[in-house]
Design a protein around this ligand. Structure first.
Ligand SMILES: [Zn+2]
Length: 318
């Protein structure tokens, strides 16, 4: 296979994992015992959290009360300390100061690996709770349990778990120096990215890649290979990154309503756009997604690979 490449770094929201322990979540005694030392992240209705000196501000969990609140969710264990999160109507300002905030979508790439991992889990989990208040079977209210990792119907006991919707995102190249990019109708002229779409019920990931690229730009792809993944809780996806090959002599037919325009771009154009920053470079014909997205990591990896080899080009001398 020609033009095959690998990601050169983990996607920004996949740099670290929160230590998850299903047994701890269900152990009320253990959770109470950890509460006095536990830390707490507050999240406002817009998904914003407070930071101080560039790191997530962690309050003491006991500020909420003497033991774990039903509405609090346990994110996991960070170096021996339980980290909880809770939704609040507004973020309290630190003593004598103004509250500085970040949110995942705009600031996730500037956070430390651990802070980004905590914030992506918070965003996904609290986003699910906000919409899972009623039983999908009978419509009765549900209540949180197991430290926020399930909800149970108060009437029939039906249990539901946090949902994640798979979506594929695929960098289509020609095996050489060209990449196929598309612009969504809501994006300004010049803003392009790799193509993506949701996995349908009963569909394999590979079939989804073929179908989505076919639907969006009318191009047939082959040589589909997995690259890596990143959670994308806006509202509740995981992006599954792929690469595939297509023939640039095939006509590109953007689908009405979904893709405003699409076409092949050269490696040089992509490198110039990446060098200019996130979604910036007004004078350039091409602007590419921000660092927080897996799309950018895929484009960066492709841009620094050499066609016909199976690995990133050596960038630094020995
Ligand atoms: Zn029910």
């Amino acid at each position: 296979m020609t033009g095959h490449f690998e990601l050169t770094a983990p996607p920004m929201l996949s740099r670290a994992t929160v230590v998850r322990d299903e047994l701890v979540r269900a152990d009320a005694e253990r959770l109470r015992a950890g509460w006095s030392e536990a830390t707490l992240i507050r999240v406002d209705p817009r998904g914003r959290v407070a930071i101080q000196d560039g790191v997530l501000l962690r309050a003491k969990a006991t500020e909420l009360g003497p033991e774990p609140l039903a509405e609090a969710v346990l994110l996991g264990d960070d170096e021996g300390t339980d980290v909880w999160a809770v939704s609040v109507p507004w973020l309290p300002a630190p003593e004598g100061g103004r509250v500085e905030t970040v949110e995942l979508r705009t600031d996730g790439a500037s956070l430390s690996a651990t802070d980004a991992a905590l914030l992506v889990t918070v965003t996904a989990l609290l986003g699910w709770h906000a919409k899972a208040g009623f039983c999908s079977v009978c419509g009765a209210p549900t209540e949180p349990e197991v430290a926020g990792w399930a909800r149970r119907c108060v009437r029939n006991g039906h249990e539901e778990y946090p949902r994640t919707d798979p979506a594929v995102i695929c960098l289509v190249h020609d095996g050489g120096d060209q990449v196929l990019l598309g612009r969504q109708p809501s994006w300004p002229p010049g803003r392009f990215s790799v193509l993506a779409g949701f996995v349908e019920s009963g569909e394999s990931l590979e079939a989804c890649v073929q179908r989505e690229i076919g639907e969006e730009v009318g191009v047939a792809v082959t040589d589909i290979h997995y690259l890596g993944s990143q959670p994308w809780p806006f509202p509740r996806s995981i992006m599954l990154g792929f690469q595939a090959t297509a023939d640039p002599s095939d006509p590109v037919v953007p689908r009405d309503g979904e893709i405003a325009e699409a076409g092949w771009f050269s490696r040089e154009q992509v490198r110039a756009a990446l060098d200019s920053g996130d979604w910036t470079g007004d004078e350039l014909p091409l602007r590419l997604p921000g660092s927080v997205s897996i799309a950018r990591g895929m484009l960066e990896a492709w841009a620094c690979s050499t066609p016909g080899t199976s690995g990133p080009r050596r960038v630094e001398g020995r």
